[in-house]
Design a protein around this ligand. Structure first.
Ligand code: S3P
Ligand code: PEP
Length: 469
């Protein structure tokens, strides 16, 4: 039975070892979408197994793709290895049937549940317009509050009809295609997922697609990941940088391109890795994230650069990338608009730093699983920390955190980030720990397993974890 509260135990001493994290949520979702549209068999290795990726699989199956789970890879056991995370190899048999040239014949909508997965809602909405029948998209109460309006307007401009059943620009909504394609304007400052969703569906648009960004793009590395994944499945996207002004490119997918089946190995999730690296930085441990390399395409690999600036040491290890804590953390002024999923990880570390930190450029994260600016400030304060909201970010003053039960306010990243604090501060518990199932179901098992790793020793060992300010 799931525990209603997870009491995190502090590490008694710095440890050393290697940790397996789940496959990239972002790459898994893109690869599933492209593979489902490719005629034939694609093999995706090391995919994420979590609520978000299962919602994506389920929705694509409902739209007509065949997805089989192959034998999951099993990490060999070892005394220095934490391998709680589950990965799955998948066989995807496409193409799911699209009928982009015809108005839908079926009138009863197909209902699809997107849960709280922004990627599933935003990546599938354009595709739903191409399947020859209306689709009713809906999600959790929080997902109904998350932005969809920019995407719905773009879909209407490209030929679809969008009927929102509760509030304009929000789920639940019934989408009826088809999308003709052509040129469309799209704001970039709320979410990059709208652009990624449009690009992923572009090969099904008879006229191709040109998206001109009307405002600067946030989360840019995720769009690069979309373009790279599409290329792995045989579709090219052309970009004119700054075509509409600084930070406002135009993207063009010429008509007549088709996805081809591919074999792809999914990278370890860099956002999930951020908690392991943060744990090393905070507790003076040396932790390797297995299989992660500097060539990874995820923008959240920037965690290494940010932790280095804070005083930890990041290195390449034979089996992955490593972070070693040095017993001190410096405050940080940083713009996180390209890697905002790192906000809570860095905000928690900032409470232990030697000077205030400013995390900026992230006003748009008020629309994520929680209002990540308001919630993070509330959560730090609830544990004795000192933080305040800024118009586009937050300010964290170092102050000792104390025991308490953290309410993650429905946000997996809050639960995971404050779980890291629990490795250093006695008495931190996380309420609603199953919230981590969204992207890292084995997260707390992974934290518990850190206690079984050998103590860090030798000349490079730090004197211990970071002392509370
Ligand atoms: O495209 C993606 O896979 C994602 C893009 C980002 O969202 P936004 O573009 O909404 O910032 C990120 O926060 C999310 O976890 C995953
Ligand atoms: C913002 C996130 O997810 P999504 O937008 O895909 O729901 C996240 O995983 O932190």
């Amino acid at each position: 039975m799931a525990h209603p509260v997870e009491a995190v135990q502090p590490l008694a001493a710095p440890v050393t070892g290697t940790v397996v994290v789940p496959g990239s949520k972002s790459q898994t979702a893109r690869a599933l979408g492209a593979a489902a549209l490719a005629p034939g068999d694609s093999v995706l290795r090391g995919t994420l197994v979590s609520e978000d990726s299962l919602l994506m699989r389920r929705a694509l199956r409902a739209l007509g793709a065949e997805i089989q789970v192959l034998d999951p890879p099993v990490a060999p056991p070892g005394p220095d290895l934490v391998a709680e995370a589950r990965l799955a190899d998948l066989l995807v048999r496409g193409p799911l049937p699209t009928q982009p040239a015809h108005a839908p014949t079926a009138t009863s909508p197909l209902a699809l549940d997107v849960g709280l997965a922004g990627t599933v809602a935003r990546f599938l909405a354009p595709l739903c317009c191409q399947v020859g029948r209306p689709v009713l998209l809906d999600g959790t109460p929080r997902m109904r509050q998350r932005p969809m309006a920019d995407l719905f307007s773009a879909l209407e401009a490209l030929g679809a009809t969008v009927r929102c059943h509760q509030r304009p620009g929000s789920l639940p909504a019934t989408l009826t295609g088809p999308l003709r394609g052509g040129q469309v304007q799209l704001p970039g400052h709320h979410s990059s997922q709208f652009l990624s969703g449009l690009l992923l569906a572009a090969p099904t648009l008879p006229q191709g697609l040109t998206v001109a960004l009307s405002t600067p793009l946030v989360s840019r590395p995720y769009v690069d990941l979309t373009i790279a994944t599409m290329a792995a499945f045989g579709v090219q996207v052309h970009e004119q940088p700054d075509a509409q002004g600084p930070g406002r490119p135009t993207f063009h997918v010429p008509p007549g391109q088709h996805y081809r089946p591919a074999e792809l190995t999914i990278e370890p999730d860099a956002s999930a890795a951020s908690y392991v690296f943060a744990a090393a930085a905070l507790t003076g441990s040396h932790l390797v994230v297995a299989g992660l390399t500097r060539d990874a395409r995820q923008g959240d690999l920037a965690i290494l650069e940010h932790l280095q600036r804070m005083g930890a040491v990041a290195t390449d290890a034979p089996s992955g990338l490593a972070v070693a804590g040095t017993g001190r953390l410096q405050g940080l002024d940083v713009d996180l608009r390209d890697c905002s999923d790192l906000t809570q990880t860095l905000a928690v570390l900032a409470a232990f730093a030697d000077r205030p930190s400013r995390l900026l450029g992230i006003g748009f994260i008020r629309g994520k699983e929680s209002d990540r600016i308001g919630a993070t400030v509330r959560q730090l304060r609830a544990l004795g920390g000192d933080a305040s909201e800024l118009p586009d970010g937050l300010l964290v003053h170092p102050r000792p955190l104390r025991a308490g039960t953290l309410d993650p306010e429905g946000d997996h990243r809050a639960a995971m980030a404050f779980g890291v604090a629990g490795l250093a501060v006695p008495g931190i518990a996380i309420a609603d720990p199953a919230v981590v199932d969204k992207t890292f179901p084995e997260y707390f098992a992974t934290l518990r397993a850190l206690h079984r790793l050998p103590a860090r020793s030798g000349p490079s060992a730090s004197p211990g974890g970071v002392r509370q300010p």
